[in-house]
Design a protein around this ligand. Structure first.
Ligand code: AGP
Length: 611
């Protein structure tokens, strides 16, 4: 989720690009950089941290007048980038733009180069010197190598793109053609802004809001260049569209809240989590971040998963997956408990810390404790370079992009996806691995089908808006899903929602059930389906209302539940990835219908960095 900005034309390039990058600062970034021309010479400035750090330096070093960068470069190419690190620490050396050995090619990138290691090995053998840990840097050296033979940059770009595997949006300045910016798009968004005697490149239309009225949303496989007076596009076929967006609107796309936008990003979050890692046809799961401990992991006899909140709920699913798919004894503990317990230390134990932010105080404290026990500590983290990512011995990044809504949605889906990948990575059960891998690859499309029910789920939330208490129940994989659904509802609607294993109802909680205390029940057609139907009978007998999440085609459920949301059939371990989506949407609509700010719920913070 990086931000790219490019400009060439009649206005001051540097100011324009910095302004564009500011428009995408909501995407979050851990470093930023620009390439521009000053008196005909390329100037590269990069800084770690917020965009303001970069602006401060630029005003200091290239200012012509008081506090401005006026008159620095008009008519020459300027490119800028805010980085959401996927490979390599979020520091200055890894910040974009990256350049080749001769500093003639400068490039910014949004996406992932999956075959970066093999390209890097080949180019290193050819004498190229790499400075950063990023996947992106291989592209500038590849261009440099190909340009030696081909001489023409346009053709060089075309050839190089054929050698790259992955997702990219590129903006490139070749210093021998300062009046052009080259670009290419595959898998990551890139927008062409068409002005009068000026052209823009942007990873997000928010950057162009109020600046141009016409844009081209580049399609996968398109490449070309812009100059101050013209542009070239290959393949040519494109639709010029109107852009009538305020900057604020554009940041959320067509969504009223980041939370809803992030729920709709969940299919892509799963694809990104699996990209370059899951190869069903080869019975293969590749997790580069675990390679350094691969031999040790073969010997572990126990896994302890430690996390907080939604990440803890993901951990509970990891516990079931590691036990059922990988056959490894696993326990999940809340970090706030783990850090104060006298835990029995068993040899050959791996500690897995799950955290979206990588900065949760309780989880960090638990990590310090585990590190003192000298076991293997692993991280499952979204924010690259965060404390938990840095302090664990090895780990896997979500690559889910920035999650802005305080209530975690796409991060949870990404965590559960990766826990499935880790379970498959550790498993020796070939037939189960094959079945699960093939089904996992189909989940994004199945979620897209569920998202089409958004309106019906909104009506359902409206129907139940008057209730102040909810019970959420499920069994096996649907118990952690039920308590996560309950957490979503309570944290953004402020109504009481209790999640319980359905089997436990009769041991006390059923005393709560009455017409004013509805139950959300996860009743997929699975190994415990009949047991769940009995639970629904118990609830109905006490006149409790039931909202059921059920498998498409289930004929029985309508006779028992007051309302049903159907989800596609899938394998039992993967049901949480589908079931959680209607629960997130239900909570989202419940909260918005009550008039609350669902992106910033009261009393909460996106990252609980205090105890
Ligand atoms: C999730 O909806 C909550 N906002 C919260 O429980 C969160 O999951 C918890 O604080 C852990 O955060 P982390 O994943 O960043 O460690």
């Amino acid at each position: 989720m990086c931000g790219i900005a490019g400009y060439i034309g009649k206005k001051e390039g540097l100011e324009t690009v910095l302004e564009g990058l500011k428009r995408v600062e909501y995407r979050g970034y851990d470093s930023a950089g620009v390439l521009f021309f000053q008196n005909g010479k390329p100037v590269l400035v990069k800084r770690q941290g917020k965009l303001a750090n970069l602006e401060r330096v630029l005003r200091g070093t290239v200012t012509k007048g008081k506090g401005s960068t006026q008159g620095i470069n008009i008519g020459t190419g300027t490119i800028g980038h805010t980085r959401w690190a996927t490979h390599g620490m979020p520091d200055e050396i890894n910040a974009h733009p990256h350049h080749d050995c001769k500093k003639e090619i400068f490039l910014v990138h949004n996406g992932i180069i999956e075959n970066h290691q093999e390209l890097k090995d080949k180019l290193t053998k050819l004498g190229h010197k790499f400075r950063s840990q990023t996947d992106t840097e291989v592209v500038v050296h590849l261009l440099e190598e190909n340009l030696k033979k081909i001489k023409n940059f346009d053709k060089t770009l075309k050839k190089s793109l054929r050698e790259i595997v992955g997702a990219y949006a590129f903006a490139i300045v070749y210093t021998k053609e300062p009046d052009k910016i080259y670009f290419a798009r595959l898998g990551s968004p890139l927008v062409l802004g068409l002005g009068i005697e000026e052209f823009y490149l942007a990873s997000d239309p928010a950057e162009l809001a109020g600046k141009v009225k016409k844009v081209i949303y580049l399609k996968d496989g398109q490449a070309g260049w812009i100059s101050g007076t013209d542009f070239k596009l290959n393949p040519v076929k494109s639709k010029i569209e109107n852009l009538n967006l305020t900057a604020e609107q554009a940041q959320k796309g067509n969504f009223p809240h980041f939370m809803l936008k992030e729920i709709f990003e969940e299919p892509e979050a799963i694809r990104t989590a699996m990209r370059g890692r899951l190869f069903p046809k080869k019975d293969l799961v590749k997790l580069g971040g675990l390679e350094s401990v691969a031999q040790k992991l073969k010997k572990i006899e126990k896994i302890e998963i430690i996390a907080c909140g939604t990440s803890y709920h993901a951990g509970l699913l990891g516990e079931l997956l590691f036990e059922e798919v990988a056959g490894i004894s696993t326990k999940t503990i809340e970090a706030s408990e783990y850090r104060y317990r006298q835990n029995a230390i068993t040899p050959n134990t791996a500690h897995l810390f799950i955290s979206q932010s990588g900065e949760t105080a309780d989880t960090i404290a638990a990590l310090w404790k585990a590190n003192r026990q000298k076991g293997i500590t692993l991280g499952l983290v979204n924010v690259v370079g965060s404390t938990i990512a840095r302090e664990t011995k090895a780990g896997v990044y979500n690559h889910a992009g920035l999650e802005i809504g305080v209530a975690s949605t796409k991060a949870f889906i990404s965590q559960v996806t990766i826990l499935n990948l880790i379970a498959l990575y550790l498993s020796e059960n070939k037939s189960l691995k094959r079945k699960l891998s093939e089904e996992l690859a189909l989940i994004p499309k199945k979620i897209e089908l569920i998202l089409k029910q958004n309106r019906q789920i909104k009506s359902l939330a409206k129907k139940y808006l008057k209730f102040k208490n909810f019970m959420f129940i499920g069994r096996k994989y649907n118990y952690p899903t039920a308590i996560e659904g309950a957490l979503k509802l309570k944290e953004i609607s402020y109504v009481h929602a209790e999640g319980k294993t359905a089997g436990e109802l009769k041991h006390g909680p059923i005393a709560l059930i009455e017409p004013n205390f509805p139950t959300v029940a996860l009743v997929n057609k699975n190994s415990v389906y009949e047991k769940m139907l009995s639970n629904l009978q118990e609830i109905k007998a006490r006149k409790g209302k039931i909202i059921a999440i059920a498998t498409s085609g289930d004929k029985k459920i309508a006779g028992l539940a007051d309302d049903v949301i159907f989800v596609p059939k899938t394998l039992e371990p993967l049901e949480p990835l589908l079931n959680i989506v209607p629960l997130q949407l239900f909570a989202y609509h419940f909260g918005t219908l009550l008039g609350y700010d669902v992106d910033k719920p009261r009393n909460l913070a996106k990252s609980v960095t205090v105890e």
